[in-house]
Design a protein around this ligand. Structure first.
Ligand SMILES: Nc1ncnc2c1ncn2[C@@H]1O[C@H](COP(=O)(O)OP(=O)(O)OP(=O)(O)O)[C@@H](O)[C@H]1O
Length: 419
């Protein structure tokens, strides 16, 4: 992997003179922020700038606090499949941060370009192996990601993946799982697991896994999301107190795990559940528990077994083991990512050499994100003034066309922090 990718050049304070930045286009919008492709006028290096409007209605969604948390998490990351924070700035209205630009779009966009809107097992193996490494790294730092979905898996310009969007992530205190005598599992109202998963269930169960605080689902408190796929739903205000488990209700509904739906505390195993959903969607082009509405989706999550088409393979076995309703029986619960990496589906994967793969399944074309293509894009494009962009959003929806917007006009005294 080229060094440019693994260590994006830090933006120097004088380089991030905001008057020298041009926002060329909107790369994406989420529940919390808008991400722009930004071009530095003096060195042509494109980067992504995620901007949160602190004054917007999203403030109700606690956007500012989540944005600060995301920045905090990003500032600690150093991994080839995770983004590195390039810089931040803040004004009374905006909080923004710069990340390496991923010109290949996200896994969902890529899937839609495939025949049948699904990936082959070989392609799935490559992407999932990299995602697994990224999650492994996060978990080793005590961070549960909690928002794995194809839209949050971006393709870097060398074709390797990077996870994005850490505002729903959560620091869990890593406590050693105490070895207790086996205790009977109380009735968790779970459907009877498939026999093959029960076989190995002579496992020692940490006591805390059994005393989850059952909370009644309060659907009224769930924030209505713009779409099911942009959906940080929150049952109650997130608590950032340290704890081994988190009781907050977050995630995208088709990817939410049974323990989160039930309101039980949850651990890192929520990410392994989401990984199972993600792989299922990559394979079949649809998620396994999607219902007509949120209620039906959640009922399916709690009770329905995933359906598989065609003959059973190592891949379907992996999915099935990740989609075990009881988190304590789920693949990855006991030994984390290492346990999943040992699954037959990954046989032959040279984990330590993944970053060296020079021909990933899809490599963005030079037109997608090279300095030259950005230069071409910016020629004749006056760029966007971000304040005007957000002002217009409030008064004149829909958003203005980029070419009609004036240049950036940030005040020079906006504080700029470099990480
Ligand atoms: N570094 C990047 N390079 C290219 N595109 C990006 C980058 N970061 C984000 N995007 C695009 O912007 C979109 C929104 O970004 P992100 O998911 O971080 O925002 P969000 O407001 O936190 O979203 P969510 O509602 O999922 O929480 C992404 O789905 C992606 O399409």
């Amino acid at each position: 992997m080229d060094s440019e990718r693994t260590a994006p050049p830090p933006l120097q304070e004088q380089e991030l003179e905001l008057d020298n930045l041009k926002a060329l286009k909107v790369l994406g919008k989420g529940a919390m922020g808008t991400v722009f492709l930004v071009h530095h006028t003096t060195n042509n290096s494109p980067f992504a700038l995620k901007v949160v409007d602190k004054m917007s209605v999203h403030a109700k969604l606690d956007a500012e606090r989540r944005a600060r948390w995301e920045i905090q998490v990003l500032s600690t990351l150093s991994h080839p499949f995770l983004p590195s924070l390039m810089g931040t700035f803040e004004s009374p209205q905006f909080l923004a941060w710069a990340l390496p630009y991923c010109p290949g779009g996200d896994l969902n966009v890529l899937r839609y370009r495939q025949t049948d809107r699904a990936f082959s097992p070989t392609v799935i193996r490559f992407y999932v192996a990299e995602i697994l490494c990224a999650l492994h790294h996060l978990h080793s730092m005590g961070i549960a990601y909690r928002d794995l979905k194809p839209e949050n898996v971006l393709i870097q310009n060398n074709g390797h993946v990077t996870l994005t969007d850490f505002d729903l992530s959560r620091k869990l205190t890593l406590k050693p799982k105490p070895l207790l005598p086996p205790i009977p599992v109380p009735n968790l109202n779970l459907p009877e697991p498939r026999r093959k998963h029960r076989r190995n269930f002579s496992r020692w169960i940490p006591l805390r896994a059994l005393d989850g605080n059952r909370r009644k689902a309060n659907s009224n408190a769930l924030k209505k999301a713009k779409s099911a796929r942009v959906s940080p739903v929150s049952r109650r205000k997130l608590s950032f107190s340290n704890g081994e488990r988190s009781n907050s209700f977050v995630g995208t509904e088709e990817y939410v795990s049974p323990e989160v739906v039930r309101g039980d505390g949850h651990e890192f195993a929520v990410d392994w559940w989401a990984l199972g959903i993600l792989i299922y969607e990559m394979l079949y082009g649809t998620t396994p528990f999607k219902g007509k509405n949120r209620k039906e989706t959640f009922r399916n999550v709690l009770t329905k077994a995933p359906e598989f088409v065609g003959k059973r393979t190592a891949l379907t076995d992996l999915i099935e083991k990740l989609l075990v309703k009881d988190p304590t029986r789920r693949l990855g619960y006991t030994r984390g990512a290492a346990e999943i990496k040992e699954h037959e589906f990954f046989r032959g994967v040279k984990w330590e050499l993944l970053t060296e793969v020079v021909r990933p399944p899809f490599i963005p074309s030079r037109d997608d994100g090279s300095a030259e293509s950005v230069e071409r894009l910016s020629a004749g494009n006056s760029g966007m003034d971000i304040r005007d962009y957000f002002q217009n959003l409030r008064s004149l929806p829909p958003s203005p066309s980029p070419s009609a917007s004036p240049r950036w006009r940030f005040k020079k005294n906006i504080s700029l922090t470099e990480f």
